[in-house]
Design a protein around this ligand. Structure first.
Ligand code: SF4
Length: 379
C-alpha cells in the first residue's frame, strides 16, 4: 500500500457512527491515518452534520469498518457512490485488528496496512480527526481519558473472546511512556486509559511501565479487563503508585464450571483473591461479566451478580455473542441496542440480568461530565 502514499489520488477516511464509545477514538484507524497522513471524518464522536463527507469529492473514500459499524459503512458507501459514481470506496484495515473487543472487518476492496504493531510506528496523530477539538477539550478537562494501546493480542484461549489466541505484540514501556509524554506536552492530557486486550500478561513489563509513567503525574486506568491470576500485591502497588486509579478484571462468571467450559484458565478463588487485593489499593474496581455463556444459566449469572454486590465492585455485564454469529453484522454485546443472541437460556431472562446490572456499571462518561461540572460550580 506504499503506492497509495505516493499516488496523486485524493483520499479521505471515514470513521462511521458506532453508537458506543464516542469518548474513545478509533485507535487502529488513527495509526493508519497517521501512516498515510489522511484526514478522518469521525462520525462516531462528531455525529453532525451526518453527511458532511459528501462535501469532499475524492478519488478514494476509505472507511474503517468494524463488526459494530458494518451496516453504517455500507450506508455511507451507497450514499457516496450515488453522488460520486467514479469514486473508489474501500475499507481500511491493518496495524490493529481488534479494538475494545470489536474486530475490524474488510470489504472486498480494501486498503490493508501490513505493518506489525511495534515501537516502529509513529504515534497516532488525532489532529487528523475532524472530531479532534472535542477530544482535546475533554482530555484537557480530564473528562475523557487519552487512549493508549501498549500491546495487542493475547496468548490465552478464552472461547468467547475475539482477542484469544492471537499473536501477542508489545511496545516497549519506554515507547509507550514517550507517547504519553508527547500527548501531555502537545494536547495537555490529564489522564489516560489502557485499551490493551490484556495489559497484564507480563508482570515485569507492567511494573516497568508503571515506574516510567509515574514521572508524568497523570491519572490513569485499565479500561479493559486484567487477568486476575496475573494480579498480585506487587502489581497492585506499582499501578497505584504510578497514578492508576481504576482497574477492571475480566471475570465473566464466578461459577467454576462455566470458567472451565469457556477455558478461562482461572478459578473463582483466584478471581476473588485478586479482587480482595485490588480493593485494598483502589477505590474503583470493576469486573466484566458475560451473560449467557456456554454452560451458564439464569441462576449462575444471578450468582455472579450477587457476588459482585457482595465484593463491592462495579460490574459491567454484557451479552455473549457466539462466534457462529460472526460478529460481522452490527451485533453489539454492550451499549444501547445490545440484544441477547445466546441460546444458553431464555433471552427474556438474559435481558432481566442485563437490566438488573445496569446500575452496577462504572459511572458513564456523560454523568462524569455532569459531576465534574457541578464540582466546578461548587468550588
Ligand atoms: S485473557 Fe482476556 S484478552 Fe485474553 S483471551 Fe481471555 S478474555 Fe480474551
Amino acid at each position: 500500500m506504499e503506492s497509495l502514499k505516493k499516488s496523486n489520488n485524493s483520499i479521505i477516511f471515514i470513521n462511521p457512527y458506532a453508537g458506543v464509545n464516542f469518548d474513545i477514538p478509533n485507535v487502529g484507524f488513527a495509526y493508519i491515518a497517521t501512516h498515510f497522513n489522511v484526514k478522518v471524518i469521525d462520525l462516531n464522536t462528531k455525529r453532525y452534520p451526518k453527511n458532511r463527507f459528501l462535501k469532499y469529492k475524492v478519488d478514494i473514500l476509505g472507511i474503517s469498518v468494524q463488526s459494530r459499524t458494518y451496516k453504517e459503512a455500507i450506508k455511507i458507501s451507497e450514499i457516496y457512490r450515488k453522488k460520486y459514481p467514479s469514486a473508489k470506496i474501500k475499507s481500511v484495515s491493518g496495524i490493529i485488528d481488534i479494538q475494545c473487543c470489536y474486530p475490524y472487518v474488510e470489504f472486498e476492496d480494501n486498503i490493508k496496512v501490513d505493518i506489525p504493531f511495534s515501537d516502529n510506528l509513529p504515534f497516532p496523530d488525532y489532529e487528523l480527526f475532524d472530531s479532534f477539538d472535542i477530544f482535546k477539550k475533554n482530555w484537557e478537562k480530564n473528562v475523557w481519558n487519552y487512549p493508549i494501546m501498549t500491546s495487542q493480542g493475547c496468548p490465552y484461549q478464552c472461547i468467547y473472546c475475539m482477542s484469544r489466541n492471537r499473536k501477542y505484540l508489545t511496545r516497549s514501556p519506554e515507547n509507550c511512556y514517550e507517547e504519553l509524554k508527547v500527548a501531555k506536552e502537545r494536547w495537555n492530557i490529564k489522564s489516560f486509559s489502557i485499551l490493551d486486550d490484556c495489559f497484564n500478561v507480563d508482570k515485569k513489563r507492567v511494573i516497568k511501565f508503571c515506574e516510567l509513567v509515574k514521572n508524568l503525574n497523570l491519572s490513569w486506568s485499565c479500561a479493559n479487563g486484567l487477568r486476575a491470576d496475573k494480579f498480585d500485591e506487587d502489581v497492585a502497588k506499582a499501578l497505584k503508585e504510578s497514578g492508576c486509579s481504576h482497574i477492571s478484571f475480566g471475570i465473566e462468571s464466578i461459577d467454576d464450571e462455566v470458567l472451565k467450559t469457556v477455558k478461562k484458565g482461572e478459578t473463582s478463588k483466584e478471581i476473588e483473591n485478586a479482587v480482595i487485593i485490588a480493593k485494598k489499593y483502589f477505590d474503583s474496581v470493576n469486573g466484566f461479566f458475560i451473560i449467557g455463556l456456554p454452560g451458564s444459566s439464569y441462576e449462575k449469572d444471578l450468582k455472579s451478580l450477587e457476588w459482585a454486590k457482595k465484593m463491592g465492585i462495579n460490574a459491567h455485564f454484557s451479552y455473549y455473542v457466539p462466534f457462529d454469529k460472526g460478529m460481522q453484522y452490527d451485533l453489539l454485546f454492550y451499549g444501547i441496542g445490545a440484544k441477547p443472541v445466546s441460546k444458553t437460556y431464555p433471552k427474556g431472562l438474559q435481558k432481566k440480568i442485563y437490566k438488573m446490572t445496569y446500575s452496577m456499571r462504572p459511572v458513564q462518561p456523560f454523568i462524569t461530565r455532569i459531576i465534574n461540572k457541578l464540582k466546578g460550580i461548587l468550588k
